[in-house]
Design a protein around this ligand. Structure first.
Ligand SMILES: Nc1ncnc2c1ncn2[C@@H]1O[C@H](COP(=O)(O)OP(=O)(O)O)[C@@H](O)[C@H]1O
Ligand SMILES: [Mg+2]
Length: 278
């Protein structure tokens, strides 16, 4: 099992006087099997860091290692599902195994096992357009788990889901993680989601994103959703919120004011899941 090592990584977009220093320098190690969440204001470079880790973007400085070369590989899950509309759910989940040359019988058996894991095995013959948003994201997760990744990179995977579905998905993600224990780096705007899921929280400053705090989450596991009502849980959510507040106010000043006087940056990060937009 491989962990993640990020050494002196920074990212810049554009050239000369138009260059935007988006991220870093950042140093971070995620141990094999650890679940770490990354929170920070919009534009702090969170997506950029995941893209660097997945090989989709080169850092301006530094280097990364993500998973074990001899390991099972890494999977990336984004906010929007990346299902292929012309393939059934089963064939979508089996796709990653197909391109690895796994024979049909084995890949279908493996895909079915993963669909059972996320609770949608009964829908295996359906096509993505026949599923609700929550079910599509379950299929997306099943696809990520089908390769049994040793590293899972997740970029706001539940952001498009309604509040209840999102809570169920958080619970199910933890249940699968406990069983298979990949190394996870999870980006979210929702602080309570980060606290609920993680062993450790990394708080990034506003752009260029730098690590502002590295906080252990010392809540017992396995965790059920009721833990979100515990005082220790709220204390940590409030602490993270207070760390972010300065950056959010700074961002709020430089952005146009929203309808109710709060900027979109302030609305982006929420500690209250009930305040999630529909
Ligand atoms: N391909 C790109 N070209 C130019 N600028 C980019 C590109 N990708 C990201 N940026 C800029 O880098 C900064 C960080 O972006 P991003 O990583 O998406 O932040 P986050 O995910 O934390 O909201 C932003 O200012 C964004 O506009
Ligand atoms: Mg992003």
């Amino acid at each position: 099992m491989g962990g993640i090592v990020i050494k002196n990584v920074s990212a810049t977009f554009g050239e000369s006087d138009k260059a935007v220093h988006a991220l870093g320098p950042v140093d971070l190690t995620v141990e094999a099997g650890e679940f770490v969440s990354l929170v920070g204001p919009s534009g702090a470079g969170k997506t950029t860091l995941l893209r660097i880790l997945s090989g989709g973007c080169m850092p301006a400085s530094g280097h990364v290692s993500c998973g074990d070369r001899s390991g099972r590989g890494r999977a990336v899950v984004f906010q929007e599902d990346r299902l292929l509309p012309w393939r059934s759910v089963l064939d979508n989940v089996a796709f990653a195994l197909e391109i690895r040359g796994v024979n049909k019988r084995t890949r279908h058996a493996e895909a079915e096992r993963c669909l059972e894991l996320v609770g949608i095995a009964d829908f295996k013959q359906r096509y993505p357009h026949e599923l609700s948003g929550g079910m599509r994201q379950r299929a997306n997760l099943a696809r990520a788990f089908a390769i049994e990744p040793d590293v899972l990179l997740m970029d706001e995977p539940f952001a498009a889901l309604d509040h209840q579905t999102r809570e169920i998905m958080q619970f199910e993600l933890l249940a699968i993680w406990e069983r298979t224990r990949p190394t996870v780096l999870f980006v979210t705007h929702q602080i309570d989601e980060a606290v609920y899921l993680s062993d450790r929280l990394i708080v990034l400053s506003g752009r260029p994103g730098k690590i502002k705090a590295d906080l252990p989450v010392e809540l017992p596991r396995p965790r059920d959703l009721a833990i979100k009502r515990e005082p220790d849980f709220h204390a940590l959510v409030d602490h993270v919120w207070s760390l972010l507040e300065g950056d959010l106010h700074h961002q709020a000043m430089s952005l146009s004011k929203g309808r109710d006087g709060r900027s979109s940056a302030m609305n982006d990060l929420q500690s209250d899941p009930a305040a999630e937009p529909p």
